[in-house]
Design a protein around this ligand. Structure first.
Ligand SMILES: Nc1ncnc2c1ncn2[C@@H]1O[C@H](COP(=O)(O)OP(=O)(O)OP(=O)(O)O)[C@@H](O)[C@H]1O
Length: 443
């Protein structure tokens, strides 16, 4: 199979030379000379790898990448090519999920080696799906979604409050080929008064009770053909649990006040931040319902256990705000990044987003400091962190480089040769960088 490469390069001579070389190497290469035409193609076609210059005539590489991320698509691996002055932008792109960057002038052989390794890693493209994160834990969940969505098993998503359980449920829904055309109905079982929950879930017919002035479809019927997401299932009253059990076993419901049995074809996804097994043990959750809904369990890890995702989410959010307000994105000062990494995020992604949103509203400058993020509680966060100092741009870039190399080293089990290969540098350069950056040889 020939891999389809997307090349975005406005330099005619370099572009032409690369297209020729890729074709000689057996790739099918499509060349775009500006961001707009590339963006359009990337929205409609599948590419194995994208190689993009950072400075394009109409966009920056960052704007291009961000626009694609905002669309919520799973992107092919991106390799950016940058001039000396744009390294900080390239580093920000790595944090957003781009694979790598090369600094001009580069050896074509280095570029080919990187493209080859990216294409070899390629997993078959799934349908449009939400990027869940860059941490190994979230990537594993993302990779499992197409398989789960191909089955009709009931799914239980567990994890702390605000960790993204509903987001994962939506990603699962959209991973199915028909996802976009079918309903996703989310119900917060804890937010509906006990007296109304049965009517809301199963619907009713006119005159079934005082106030039932017309027929109404319940959530089960509304979700027919798509996904019913029962959030906070642990908060569902026991007498409703038995009715829900019957509905999901038989895939049938009866509206209140009606005799007519209606078939519902739904994928059921439930979520809870509570310990359902403990609830089963103390009798507040039905055991038979627990086993019925927990056929596939997706455990979403807390944000503090996946530090790689913290800065990724933060940058994604800041870029999203900037795109909406048509201005330059706020940048996190290295101290602010350290603060974000040190804070334990008990409210997970929801809390992180709120924290950044507040900072964007109240802060006039585009460089966010820890104080902008944490306000009065900053002193407490500070206490949990080490020595703080002001850093220059080169310190900042060094720190990003250190973090990235250390991440790739860990991902490659500490193997120098593999790490150097993924980073697209020689082993000697890697050793030199590790020595310079104070990174230890893995034991
Ligand atoms: N992977 C993600 N990428 C972008 N945004 C996300 C992601 N995961 C969660 N969010 C955002 O974080 C917020 C909280 O997510 P969500 O509502 O899915 O969490 P939850 O675990 O279902 O929360 P709760 O336990 O309170 O029901 C939402 O604004 C959601 O859009």
């Amino acid at each position: 199979m020939s891999h389809h490469i997307c090349l975005i390069e406005d330099d005619e001579i370099l572009g032409e030379a690369l297209v020729e070389r890729f074709e000689v190497e057996g790739y099918d290469c499509e060349w775009f000379k500006d961001g707009k035409s590339a963006l359009n193609a990337l929205k409609h076609k599948n590419f194995s790898t994208v190689i993009s210059d950072i400075n394009l005539p109409d966009f920056t590489g960052e704007q291009l990448y961000q626009q694609l991320l905002n669309d919520g698509r799973t992107l092919p691996p991106f390799l950016f090519v940058t001039g000396y002055g744009s390294v900080d932008q390239a580093v920000r792109l790595l944090k957003l999920g781009a694979e790598d960057y090369l600094t001009k002038p580069f050896e074509v052989a280095d570029l080919l080696a990187k493209v080859k390794s990216l294409c070899e890693r390629l997993i078959p493209a799934t349908s449009d799906s939400f990027p869940l994160g860059v941490s190994p834990g979230m990537k594993a969940i993302e990779a499992a979604l197409p398989r789960i969505s191909a089955s009709d098993s009931n799914v239980l998503v567990t994890g702390e409050s605000g960790v993204g359980k509903e987001y994962v449920a939506k990603a699962l829904h959209s991973a199915s080929p028909s996802g976009k055309q079918t309903p996703f109905v989310a119900v917060n079982c804890g937010a509906i008064p006990e007296s109304l929950i049965e009517a809301e879930l199963f619907g009713y017919v006119k005159g079934a009770f005082t106030g039932a002035v017309s027929d109404k479809r319940g959530f089960f019927e509304q979700a027919d053909g798509g996904t019913l997401f029962l959030d906070e299932i642990g908060d569902m009253p026991l007498q409703i649990q038995v009715k829900v059990l019957r509905a999901i076993q038989e895939r049938q419901i009866t509206r209140i006040g009606s005799e007519q049995v209606r078939q519902v074809n739904i994928r059921l996804v439930c979520a809870t931040h509570r310990d359902l097994e403990a609830m089963v043990a103390d009798g507040s959750f039905r055991e038979d319902l627990f086993y019925r809904i927990n056929v596939v369990n997706i455990q979403v890890p807390p944000l503090r256990d996946r530090p790689d995702d913290i800065l990724w989410h933060a940058q994604l959010f800041l870029n999203g705000v900037a795109a909406k307000e048509e201005r330059r994105p706020c940048t996190l000062h290295p101290r602010a990044e350290q603060a974000l990494l040190a804070y334990p995020w008990p409210g997970n992604i929801r809390e992180l987003r709120n924290c950044l949103e507040r900072a964007c509203i109240f802060n006039q400058s585009t460089l966010l400091q820890p104080e902008d993020l944490f306000g009065d509680t900053w002193q407490r966060v500070l206490a949990s962190m080490g020595d703080q100092r002001e850093e220059s741009l080169s310190d900042y870039i060094q720190q990003c480089e250190r973090d990235y190399i250390s991440r790739v080293l860990t991902e490659n089990g500490g193997k120098i040769a593999n790490t150097a290969n993924v980073l697209g540098i020689s082993r000697k350069t890697l050793w030199d960088k590790m020595r310079k950056l104070g990174l230890k040889e893995p034991g």
